[in-house]
Write a protein of this length. Sequence first.
Length: 669
Amino acid sequence: MVSRTTTAGLHYLVEGKLQNNYFPAVEEEIVRKLAEEWYVTRIGKLSIGSTSRYRFALMKPTQSFQEMFNLEREIVVIFSSYNSFEPRSLDAFDAVIKQFQQLRLEKVCYLFFSQDNQIETKIQNLLKTNQESQVVVPLSYSEYSSSKDNYLMKNKFRRFFYSRDLFAFESPLKKDLYFFGRNDVVHRIVNRHKAYENSGLFGLRKTGKTSIIHGVKRTLDAEGGLCVIIDCQSPAFHMRRWNEALHYILMEIVSQHNMEVDIIPADRFTEIDSAIFFEQELVKIKKLVNDKPILLVFDEVENITFGVSPSEHWEKGLDFVYLWQTLRSIFQKHERLLSYLIVGTNPLSVEQARILGKDNPIFNSVPFEYIERFNVQQTREMVKKLGSFMGLLFDESLYSKLTEDYGGHPFLIRHLCSLINNMDKSERPTMISRLLYEKAKVEFDVKYFDYIEMILEVLREFYYEEYKMLEFLALGDYESFKKHATQSHSLTNHLKGYGIVEETKEGYDFKIDAVKAYLIKKNQYRNVGLSNDEKQQEISTRRNQLEPKLRKIIRLQLKAEYGESDARDKVLNYFGGNRKTKYSTKDYKDLFDPNKVEIYYEDLRIMINKEWPVFEHIFSRDREKFDLNMKFVNKYRADAHAKEVPDDDFMLFRVCIKWLEEHADNFLD
């Protein structure tokens, strides 16, 4: 760790170089000015390609920068004397990092000085589309040299640090810059590959599988190894037959590693000969990479797995068997030629022994692991590191809260922290309190259910029995949950492996409360065995939620069909009698506001029926069904507090109102 006693100044070797005109005068002036706030440890020159020349400096942060921006390591400063900034100039930072790998350099941010006076705007525009980029603090030579503002540098850091939301990553991480908590998994997979062993990695969506894959690839690439990632989700792969898929894999190896090698044409990869040619080509390719084994990574393996693939030849045919017969045969024949990493949600592909009466070639032959949830220490490392760069200091107790409330799921944790960042309007740096956390959590759990939907979508799509078990558990239907668990122990093992549920001595429970809350809300009107009060409450709530949607639909559709003036007259005519006279001066929009006029549920049914051609496309052109559903829902609104609601009538109410809700929501959405 950088000493807290670091004082500003120049290292004597830097002073010596500057006195010997090592830098151009304007850059020397900048370095000396930097030394008033930083401790400059060294300066140097570098070349990129045959034409690009840059200078650089390394400097240690003094105490004020350490505390304000959580800077502990040395900062890289790049000098670009070109009059017009080019994006390739940012490669200079990576070149410096590689040159000084043995030093503790800060990789998250750096300073970039340019002769281009528009550098700040150009950097901002460039980095808008690059979510994983470092925090680049840009200054022009003239701006910094001529400034008399003693706080210019700190204000620049504030602007470019605190304006970035480093929590809001949506895509998998391809760099190690913001990669937290998964290095052990990466190293285990790499070490198994080096020992000529295969691996499997499974976990729910957004748990970091693809980021881990890229971590494995970065590690092997840095060591001169060869790793190729096959995206099984791409139709370009899963729509191919197994023999065509083998040729595709070879082409991906060549493409991803920019190899100059001729591959046997695709038309020769017949079902009879493809395994032979695939083996020959792999042996040839291996010789081009210093005889190091090839790692084939199959990401989103569900898409080529029997029973669940979107392509029929993988789902219902034997293509899965033939592909893995080929790969396993080559793996066993050539000890150091290849290994494979199978990545997906569910280990079905390696757990099922037989496929359409044939042996599964990779049954029980691939050691696999589930992606573990973050523990408190990993959560703390990620949140504290990213938050401090943004000027957010989290109360120490919040790290365990985050881990517990969101089951150590890094994607959910980051996005809640992103919401906290957007909600906090105080001057940075600032402390995030438990009160702000609880406020953000309430909003997150209500408004951001789409994230949970995204995480569970793959279960609902590919592994519906497991999804139904989660619904049973969330709704308290323990008998149905136990029935499924008894029939297949693998189902509960998968749910435990995902890190969603845990088994205690009292029974099964959720480890991610947010998932439980999502399933309860999504299925809130499916509970059975309700008391009469609970039935009445559901009837009242759903009826009161449906009514404003119907009012909005009528208001919009009548106005679109007749124009506001004529639509207003029509509504008043439907009111009739005293109400027509009473509200004759009201604006059209006010006629649908129950706080301003008496508009009843029965009015809505009558208006839609009378103007059915205007509304029929919204309600499946089924007027009779619409009318019956509306009448039944209205009946139980009137009678709910007067008597018991029979179970049969209550279930019919649910059917009727669900039909109306779905049609109204589909139109309004």
